[in-house]
Design a protein around this ligand. Structure first.
Ligand code: PEP
Ligand code: MN
Length: 273
C-alpha cells in the first residue's frame, strides 16, 4: 500500500493504526530485527528516528542518512510503511525514496516555514503536539500544512509540560475528543514520551485507545537498556506483545478495526507464514 492510500483508509473507514519502532535507528541489525518482529504482528507502520532532536547537543543525534538507508532496507523486506522525523528541510531530498510519512516533532510543531514546506509535499504528515502548545495552537499548526494543499495530516498527542514531575510529560487525553470534534484529522496517542518509563506506557496507551484515539505510536526496541536514546521508556518485544493483546481487546469491544500489514497490496507478509 502506498502512504496516501493508507491515510485515506485510516480516515474514511475511521480505522485504527499501530505505529511502532525504536526511538532512533541505531544499526541495520537493530531496525531489521524490530521491523521483522513488528511485521510478524501485522503492524503496518515502522517508526524510527534518523535525525534526532536532542536536548543535550552532546548526546546521540541519530545516524542521519545512513539510518534512512537502513529504514529503506526494513521497508523493502517487510512491506511496512516508514515514518521518520524531518528535523531540517535541507535533509528532505534523502527522504524521498525511503520515507512514507513525514514526522514533525514536538519541538517543530510551530516551525511555520517547515510546516508550509511539508504542506507542499505529497506525503502524509505526522504532526506531534508541541509540549507547550494548547489544542487550539496545535490545530492552527495543522492548518499551516493543509493551507498549502497537503490535506493528509495525522495529529499526535504526545504529552504536555505541566507542574507534575512524576511522569516525563502529562498525557492530555482530552485532546482526543476535542480534535475529533474540531477537525477531520485522525488523532494518534504517543504514550511513550509522556510516560518516560516503560512500565507506564501500557496504561497510557490503553487510556488513549479507550478515549477513541485513531492509533497509538509506541517506542519499541529489541534491547531497551542498550538504547542510545530514551532507554527507559522503550518497550521490549514481550511488553509490546502484551500491550497489543490488551489494546486489540479494547478495540474489539469498541467495534474498531486496526489496519493490519496483511491488508497491503504487495505486502510481503506471507513470507512469514
Ligand atoms: C519522537 O517521536 O521521535 C520524538 C522525538 O518525539 P517528540 O517530538 O514528541 O518529542
Ligand atoms: Mn524518543
Amino acid at each position: 500500500m502506498e502512504a496516501g492510500e493508507f491515510y485515506d483508509k485510516l480516515v474514511t473507514g475511521d480505522r485504527f493504526v499501530y505505529i511502532a519502532g525504536p526511538c532512533a535507528v541505531e544499526s541495520a541489525d537493530q531496525i531489521l530485527k524490530t521491523a521483522r518482529f513488528l511485521s510478524r504482528k501485522g503492524i503496518p507502520v515502522l517508526r524510527g528516528g534518523a535525525f534526532k532532536p536532542r536536548t543535550d547537543p552532546g548526546s546521540f543525534q541519530g545516524l542521519g542518512t545512513k539510518a534512512l538507508e537502513y529504514l529503506a532496507e526494513a521497508k523493502e523486506e517487510t512491506g511496512m510503511l516508514v515514518a521518520t522525523e524531518l528535523l531540517d528541510y535541507d535533509t528532505l531530498p534523502s527522504f524521498m525514496d525511503s520515507v512514507d510519512l513525514l514526522q514533525i516533532g514536538s519541538r517543530n510543531c510551530q516551525n511555520f516555514p517547515l510546516l508550509r514546506k511539508v504542506g507542499r509535499m505529497d506525503k502524509p504528515v505526522i504532526l506531534k503536539r508541541g509540549f507547550g502548545n494548547t489544542i487550539d495552537e496545535f490545530i492552527k499548526a495543522a492548518k499551516y500544512i493543509t493551507n498549502e494543499g497537503n490535506k493528509r495530516v495525522i495529529m499526535v498527542e504526545r504529552g504536555i509540560r505541566t507542574f507534575e514531575p512524576a511522569t516525563r510529560f502529562t498525557l492530555d487525553v482530552s485532546t482526543i475528543p476535542v480534535i475529533k470534534e474540531r477537525t477531520g484529522f485522525p488523532i494518534v496517542v504517543d504514550p511513550s514520551h509522556p510516560a518516560g518509563l516503560a512500565r507506564y506506557v501500557e496504561p497510557l496507551a490503553l487510556a488513549g485507545i479507550a478515549a477513541g484515539a485513531n492509533g497509538i505510536m509506541v517506542e519499541v526496541h529489541p534491547d531497551p537498556a542498550a538504547a542510545l536514546s530514551d532507554p527507559l521508556q522503550q518497550l521490549n518485544f514481550d511488553s509490546f506483545t502484551s500491550l497489543l493483546e490488551k489494546s486489540d481487546a479494547i478495540l474489539k469491544a469498541l467495534g474498531r478495526v486496526p489496519i493490519r500489514l496483511e491488508e497491503y497490496e504487495g505486502s510481503q507478509f506471507d513470507i512469514y507464514k
